[in-house]
Design a protein around this ligand. Structure first.
Ligand SMILES: Nc1ncnc2c1ncn2[C@@H]1O[C@H](COP(=O)(O)OP(=O)(O)OP(=O)(O)O)[C@@H](O)[C@H]1O
Length: 354
């Protein structure tokens, strides 16, 4: 079932948590709400769920206005970071809970409950744990049970708030792949909140980048990575170097760096070039060579890449470069070496927006 929100705003006292948010999510889509702490992700999720009311704006499910529909009638499944399973109930009973508390007229028979719960436990691949208690499960297993429990009432949309936030990196990685597969099997609209850009880019069909209560950009992981719409998005999706300079006739000049800025063709103004660490080419310094003159301050190898911390004269702001390990050895780099750094690719924004 599709989800649409239009013109959503929410104020807490004098603080504007959401500012005119509009978004459409198709059935079958898995969408990540990504942004720094306090940007309004959870508030947006809670309004979609019906746990919070907006000051203005509407929420639509499958084209029907659901803004005033009670949370119980919205048929949403939730999973939260610390999803409290009932400690005194077995895993089976935890998953069955949502079915048992349905009004008598809608409650499935005992046989139907057993069938459904077994099916769900198989879906999350934990049917062998049915008779255990939550305390006897690992964190990752508990989150999978929380998901089975959310699915028991056949939700039309699935909302997940940092579902794997409390787990260690390896388990997180396994679970997010597993969530992706599960989502594809279920064919629901799913929205998950995360502040982990890697998680959003790996799992989601589309990423919604939020900042201070508004949406900065919505796009596929590839779109937001390759074409960040704003300096904020650039900075949020991984490390980035900034080179301040002046644009004239569609070209930015900054400290020996020259990059095309076709978006600012008419302007003659201060601007900043954003360059990711892996978009910098490095070579030994030579007089008159093209590029920014820098000195290698520190270098370290991690997996297939070498990371370089570069300093230019008269600045305390380090420049970060990432080059392939082979290139690092070929250049035979040593700390203190004089080098030239040249962007292969850059994106230029006017300085006032930076
Ligand atoms: N019930 C509330 N009363 C007052 N302020 C609130 C309330 N709920 C949220 N806020 C504020 O609204 C802003 C947005 O909160 P929200 O939980 O949506 O952010 P978030 O992006 O999910 O952050 P995090 O990643 O830290 O969970 C925050 O500044 C928060 O302090």
């Amino acid at each position: 079932m599709s989800i649409e929100v239009s013109g959503l705003s929410k104020q807490f006292g004098s603080f504007r948590a959401l500012d005119n948010i509009s978004l459409h999510i198709e059935t079958g889509e898995l969408v990540a709400l990504l942004g720094p702490s306090g940007c309004g992700k959870t508030t947006l999720l809670r309004i979609i769920a019906g746990l919070e009311t907006p000051d203005s704006g509407r929420v639509w499910f499958a084209g029907e206005d659901a803004t005033d529909v009670h949370v119980r009638e919205r048929q949403v499944g939730f999973v939260f970071q610390h999803y409290a399973l009932f400690r005194h109930m077995t895993i089976f009973e935890n998953v069955a809970f949502g079915l048992r508390v349905k009004p008598r007229s809608q409650r499935p028979s005992e046989d139907a409950i057993k069938k459904k719960v077994t099916e769900l436990l198989k879906l999350v691949q934990l049917d062998w744990l049915a008779d255990r208690y939550p305390a006897q499960l690992s964190g990752g297993q508990r989150q999978r049970i929380a998901l089975a429990r959310a699915l028991a009432v056949e939700p039309r949309v699935l909302l997940l708030d940092e579902p794997f936030g409390a787990l260690d990196a390896k388990v997180r990685k396994e679970l997010r792949r597993w969530l992706r597969r599960l989502h594809d099997e279920l064919n629901v609209a799913s929205v998950f909140v995360t502040h982990d850009q890697e998680e959003a880019l790996e799992v989601a069909d589309r990423v919604v980048l939020m900042n201070a209560g508004h949406i900065e950009q919505v796009g596929t992981p590839r779109e937001v990575w390759e074409r960040p719409a704003s300096p904020f998005v650039y900075g949020f999706l991984g490390g980035v170097n900034q080179f301040k300079g002046t644009v004239s006739a569609g070209v930015l000049h900054a400290d020996g760096i020259v990059v095309p800025a076709p978006e600012l063709a008419d302007a003659d103004q201060p601007a900043v070039a954003y360059v990711r660490p892996h978009e910098l080419d490095i070579e030994p310094y030579r007089q008159g060579g093209e590029g920014l003159a820098v000195r290698l301050n520190h270098a370290w190898l991690a997996g297939p890449s070498a990371y370089l911390e570069l300093m230019r004269d008269g600045s305390n702001e380090p420049i970060e470069a990432e080059i392939p390990e082979g290139e690092f050895h070929r250049l035979d780099l040593k700390e203190g070496d004089a080098l030239l750094a040249r962007p292969r690719r850059a994106r230029v924004f006017p300085l006032r927006a930076a």
